[in-house]
Design a protein around this ligand. Sequence first.
Ligand code: PMV
Length: 331
Amino acid sequence: MSHAVIGASSASKALAHSNIALAKYWGKRDLARNLPDVPSLSMTLAALCTVTSVRFDPEASADHFVLNGSAQLPSASAKVYALLDRVRQRAGIEQRAVVESSNDFPTASGLASSASGFAALALAATAAAGLQLTSAELSELARSASVSAGRSIHGGFVALEAGAESAEVLEVGPLAKELVMVVAVTDPGPKAVGSTSAMQLTQQSSPYYSSFREHAPAAYREVRAALLASDLERLGAAMEHSTLLMHACMLAAQPPLLYWSGATVSALRCVQELRRAGTIAFFTIDAGPHVKVLTRASDSPRVSAALQSVPGVQRLIVSGVGGPARQLEAP
Ligand code: PMV
């Protein structure tokens, strides 16, 4: 193994955008290797970012992880430490690291903070360790911590096949440039169950998991084909189907996984109402109570105005398509 030389430049800072799956992944093919059971396709979001700095410190006796200004307990940092271990092993170094990460949006609430967080960490940690990885290798490293993070290494529209190690950027039609996601941040509702344990619970106890696993690839292929054909109605219908397939199989877990609050349902109804009145807009929902609405930039003021008046919607974030994870000037 080639050992990376680290010295004065053993610190690095990186920014990654969050992403929202238009075709959902839920469930692991291989839990130990963190490989997804179904294919997924996401849009990288320009407006939701994580900035992470990593410094390998010869004086430190343990890794330290600070999230949004608060030092995290080792019990809440296991995935961060595991990613750092992989980087150390690859670079042939022993030094412990200080990781500081901050999100410009609510953390761990179904807004994919783990996607942007682990993508930024993968890039900052490898750069700080003196490694230069390809984007496929970075995607694989980020995916080993959080499957959706494998997609956040890339910008634009990104696919991750079932059982795949890394994600890839997709060719898309001209519609892709016009798309925005209007994120309706709702009241938090019941505390969300973390995605890894929720997936395990679903796989072990939901009688509908096998059905989800069977039908998710077709929803993915339809989303992908519609994106390539620049057909928003087709894309939106397939995206909503993918979301509802996933939530239906979660609801049938024992105990059930109900991530929706009253505001989630009201926002979803608002989108259906907008559509009936002629505005082309579609919803998607992840493992949290927020509703994300896909529409054209030209329709987003109308969509935002309608969502704004939904009881329980606390704020809106309108995001265009984001770029790939990138290094920032070292701290
Ligand atoms: O990658 P994770 O473990 O954060 O799980 C993401 C799961 C969903 O957001 C619900 C779907 C997806 O494909 O992003």
